[in-house]
Ligand binder design. Sequence first.
Ligand code: PMP
Length: 388
Amino acid sequence: MATDPYAWLSKSLATIHRADWYRSVQTIQSMPGAIVQLQGQPAINFASNDYLGLAGDRRSIDAATAAVKKFGTGSTGSRLLSGHRELHRQLEEAIASLKQTEDALVFSSGYLANLGAIASLVGKRDLILCDRYNHSSLKNGAILSSATIIEYTHCDIQDLQNQLNKHREKYRRCLIITDSVFSMDGDLCPLPELLNLAEKFICMVLVDEAHATGVFGANGAGCVEHFNCTGYPLIQIGTLSKALGSLGGYVAGSSALIDFLRNRAQSWIYTTALTPADTAAALEAINIVKQEPQRRTQLWRNVDYLKQLIAQDLPHLKLLPSESPILCFHIDNAKAALIVGRQLKTSGIFAPAIRPPTVPTSRIRISVMAIHEPAHIQKLVSVLKAIL
Ligand code: PMP
């Protein structure tokens, strides 16, 4: 019998290497932006979730700095003990106002918001219907809840209906969970149809607006606004770390929902409150989202421009169906995806290879931002043309 109880770790790592699934970090040595310093080289950044370019915005930086000076670096405790500041409440009110919901609750990350909300809304006697391509935080929230989990085919309303017909009546509560923008594909969930089914089968619906907030909807409220579903009985999750350029997550919905989560969501109750700096930066970013719709307009212009250039210069490049600033194209296998990712980097383009087990098939993922200039997009397409 082996004597080292940790020996399996290096064996497991060797297996990960063999499959070309090994992951490691890449260091950015500059401010966030359209061009970043990536491991000593400037690179045009198509790898970031900073859709509106707010992570490096002077106003957010100033708000965060002022909050640190006034309230210190840490919030020193959980929200229900010593961690609550007026800034948290202001941020929750700003989120509720953006989303047009009765209330909102800020968590320390989007991941924790999903874990906490899902695990407190359903339990052993309940059913979760989960889109197969949902984000890890939704899937792990479902596991944590101990509810029965049924995965339905990606964005397939017919399959969802079949599963509901077959299983709904055996369970007490039912929760349908879905990303609104699927983060590794860029397509959107069929929210109106999903809400119709939910009404028919008396289900709660939780929608993760992580990649939609600030990006979709006339006011930047997300896909719920984009699909004209504002005001529907929904549980909306989101993050402060993508278009809002900060850190943290939230749940938005009815007052009863938020009050319940304040009393039951363990990933909110038993963790330290968001730092003053992150809170203030997110609050400032929401003000900017409201006041500067032109950022959104520019983002969509850039997405259209990239799609148009690809259609013109790379007619054989098949983009995955996308209705968002996330554009992906398949690469045969993990090894080839890594090679293309590396070639892009050598040519000054930062667009990562996404491989299993994150996604079922390897791909290059391009994330467009409002602050990209036409020359950045042209360079991406000319480099892709040369490489592919
Ligand atoms: N949901 C989705 C769809 C995401 O893409 C992410 C972040 N990758 C999260 C939740 C988690 O958000 P956070 O980074 O704030 O933990």
